[in-house]
Write a protein that binds this ligand. Sequence first.
Ligand SMILES: [Zn+2]
Length: 176
Amino acid sequence: MAGTRKPVVEVRRSQRRRRTVSAYRDGERVVVLIPDQFSRAEESEWVDRMLARLAAREGRLARSDDELVARATRLIDLYLGGYGAKAVPASVRWVTNQNGRWGSCTPADRSIRISHRVQDMPDWVIDYVLLHELTHLIVPSHNARFWALVGRYPKSERARGYLEGVAAASCTPVPT
Ligand SMILES: [Zn+2]
């Protein structure tokens, strides 16, 4: 992302606003609308908060279905190139109804779905989850051949560790 450069922020105070704060991008600038009664400290706190929110929103938009398809094409090229059309899915999309799994693949209709819970993870983890499902188009089960193919991706092991960590952390802890 282009996010290392801090954007120019224009703060507009409004007497009509009581509590609501909003922000939008206007070319290179970000306009933040705040209530007139905010102190300087509140102003700077809210500017930071709104910039973070805006960046998160734009990050999610960047990870659209189209981007997922482009990502799949790149991964097939890099790691499953020898399989030609066998590795190409009919559809790849983000879904929100898949809480127990990171991704799924239906070899019968060659469709792949990736959970929205992966959307905010680092690129190398998304790549792993997607490559995993793409590999299922070639090898449906988790056998040695499957893991050998997935293992062509250098960060496979690391990504699996990352996902295990997230799964463990999201478990409701047993009350002590
Ligand atoms: Zn699998």
